[in-house]
Structure formats: C-alpha cells, structure tokens
Design a protein around this ligand. Sequence first.
Ligand code: APR
Length: 317
Amino acid sequence: MRKKVALIGGGQIGQILAMLTSMKELGDVVILDMPAFENPVKGKALDLAEMAPHGNYDSRIIGTSDYKDIEGADVVIVTAGKPREAGMTREDLLDINTKVIADVAKGVRQHAPRAFCIIITNPLDAMVYVFHKVSGFPKQQVVGMAGTLDTARWRAFIAMELGVSVADVAGTVLGGHGPDMVPLPRLTTVGGVPLAEIATKEQIDRLVTRTREAGTEIVKLFGKGSAFFSPAWSAIVMAESYLKDKRRVLACAAMCEGEYGVQGLFIGVPALISAKGVEKIFEIQLTEEEKAQLSKTVEGVKKTVSECRISPAEPLP
Ligand code: APR
C-alpha cells in the first residue's frame, strides 16, 4: 500500500515539499490550503502530475481545502501560516500563526490521527508546542523542523568558507530556531578533522553568527517571504527517515522532558527519527559555556511559548 503525505499549506515551501515528495516517491501527495487558495493548489498538483513523465514518478498528487482528503495520511507537514517580511522577527508572527496552527491541529487530529507531524511554521518552537497541545498527540508523533535546517546552514557555510565538500562537514546546532541558537564548533569536523584545527577563531565566530542570522539574511534578500528550498528539503529528510525507518539522527525541535534540563518545551536537540517517530533524544555533555548559551535560547523559547494563547484539546480516546 502506498504511503500518503499531507502538506498543510501549499505556498512557497508547500509546493517544493510536493515536488520533493513526488520525486523521491515517498508517497501520494495531498496539498491542503485555505478555500480561497484551493484552485491554486489544485493547479500546482496538476502541474506536478504533468511533470511526472519526465520526473519519472508515479505519486498521485491532489490539491484541496477539505481535511477529509488527508484521511489516513502517514505524514503531515505543516507550513500553513504567514512567513516573515523584511524587518520582522519570527516572533512577530506569533498571534496570527498560533490561531492557524490551532485550527490545523484540530483538522489533523480529526482526519489523520496517526500521522507523524512535522511543523515548519514560525515561530517554530512555539508553533510545534501549540500543535502538540491542541492535537493531544503523543510527543513522539510531533516534531519541529528547525535544527535540521540550522545544521544544514552551518554545514553549508563551513564548506563555502573552507572550500571543502559539504558532504565532509559534520556537526550539529542545538536550541531554538532563532538568533540565540547554539552551533557547536567544538563537535564539528571536516572529514574527521576538528573544525578548530582548520579554521581560525575569527572564521568560526563569523560562521556561528552567519548561521544564527541565516534566515534573516534570506528574508532581507527577498524583501517579502522567507527561505523555501532548504526548509522543504530539511523536512523531507525527516519524513523519509520516518517513512523508511532510516533511523537518522537529526537535530529537531523535540519535546524535552528533563533532557538538557528542559521541561515541557520543544527545543532543538539531536533526535533519532525512526518508524516510531522521535524514538530517542541524545544528550551531549556540554561545556559550561555551551550550557549557558543553551539556557539563553531555552529562556527565549519559554517566553515565546508563554505568550501563545491556546486552549488544548481533550485527550484522544
Ligand atoms: N490552513 C491551510 N493553509 C493555510 C492556512 C490555514 N488555516 N493559513 C494560511 N495557509 C496557507 C496560505 O494560504 C499559504 O498558501 O499557508 C501557505 C503559506 O505559504 P507562504 O505564504 O508561501 O509561506 P511559506 O514561505 O511557505 O512559509 C510558511 O514556514 O518557514 C515558515 O516562516 C515561514 O511561517 C512560515 C511558513
């Protein structure tokens, strides 16, 4: 039986998600958007179906505004909501996107209660929290796409700076999806060589700052809207690990209940994604300085979450 991937939000990121899901044949695709955008998403679905003969995939793709069409989805990826514009922080989206995510969580809960849910909408760490609260889903079933993207940016910038293949750069980024995120130079390697041995302190500091501001750098270039290729591919890596039980260890916004001293918040941590969802969170022994940085980003997420106005759903039967 084919898998089914439901994309809630068919805008910039949603359309790339639809293309990647089809091209990688992860499953059939449903793109769901608001009634006013039903025709555009139907058009995107048709366009992708017409690309299939050259793209060499057999995924069926539909556009809709009816949650009944996501029935039985294995994976749900949420991009519904507003993106940033130049001069806006992710937190500026809080009120409007909290309402959107609460509505989406109710729709998913009703029609795809077993789906593994990946949230992309910003401010991400708070939106994944809202989705989790309103859906009432187990913590293993809900995850935020942030660290996977932040890590990709960190690796990409290092590869550009040092003139090496991005394939050989390994590392991770912890914390919230914002300017206080915590790239970990100490644990980053290039083909097994510690980063500190091939890059100067000035270079590393510059790379850390660029990674923290990477989303804003793109927003400034666009003027309106935010990144879409790299967020889409990051979520696809997470979806693929779940659907194929690849057991990838990826930095994700996962619900921490004691890990890293964090209680009841979604924070970017290295997590094992398997057919069980978020199967395990790995705890890294951090230095005092890294701990202080993590604690700063956690405080930021806590504050944003405390400003969300939501009413959680009753527990699922
Ligand atoms: N239900 C379904 N779709 C919705 C809803 C809703 N309640 N509200 C908004 N949408 C749809 C919009 O109609 C739009 O098509 O979500 C889509 C969002 O697409 P874009 O505006 O193009 O935004 P995008 O660049 O895809 O980013 C989406 O991801 O990275 C984050 O900050 C970004 O929060 C933003 C989200």
